[in-house]
Design a protein around this ligand. Structure first.
Ligand SMILES: Nc1nc2c(c(=O)[nH]1)N=C([C@H](O)[C@H](O)COP(=O)(O)OP(=O)(O)OP(=O)(O)O)CN2
Ligand code: ZN
Length: 117
């Protein structure tokens, strides 16, 4: 089994308004997000790739245009927890690249949320 990963970055603000008022994440704040997409294949293609990293460029475009320097509450119809973001981004990738196996999202240098169905 072969596994490849590629990392993407964006900066955004959000507010987890469903949390109690005294929760720090209920306040408006921002993160420098890191997203890692993982793809797997039993066999390599004729180029020796699981998939060319360059083919993931539309994901960078999607992230840049949809999330970068935006307020996530304005662009998402679900609460922007790391877990929900990871699932949303996994579904976006898996709909295009069937080799997608997981997406991880980091909000801070110490935290990671992963969606792996
Ligand atoms: N399971 C989750 N818990 C939390 C999420 C999340 O998405 N999933 N999000 C947040 C906050 O938005 C943010 O990520 C901050 O989290 P936290 O690590 O608690 O904050 P600090 O960086 O201030 O933590 P320190 O331990 O003080 O460094 C919260 N929880
Ligand atoms: Zn946050």
């Amino acid at each position: 089994m072969f596994t490849i990963t590629k990392e993407f970055h964006f900066s955004a603000s959000h507010q987890l308004s469903h949390l109690p008022e005294d929760h720090q994440c209920a306040r408006l704040h921002g993160h420098n997000y890191v997203v890692v997409v993982e793809l797997r294949a039993e066999e390599l293609n004729v180029d020796g790739f699981v998939r060319d990293y360059g083919e993931l460029k539309p994901f960078k475009t999607y992230i840049d245009e949809t999330f970068d320097h935006r307020h996530l509450n304005d662009v998402l119809d679900f609460a922007s927890t790391g877990e929900n973001m990871a699932r949303h981004l996994y579904e976006w990738c898996a709909g295009r690249w069937p080799e997608t196996t997981a997406v991880k999202v980091s909000e801070t240098p110490k935290t990671w949320a992963e969606y792996r169905p």
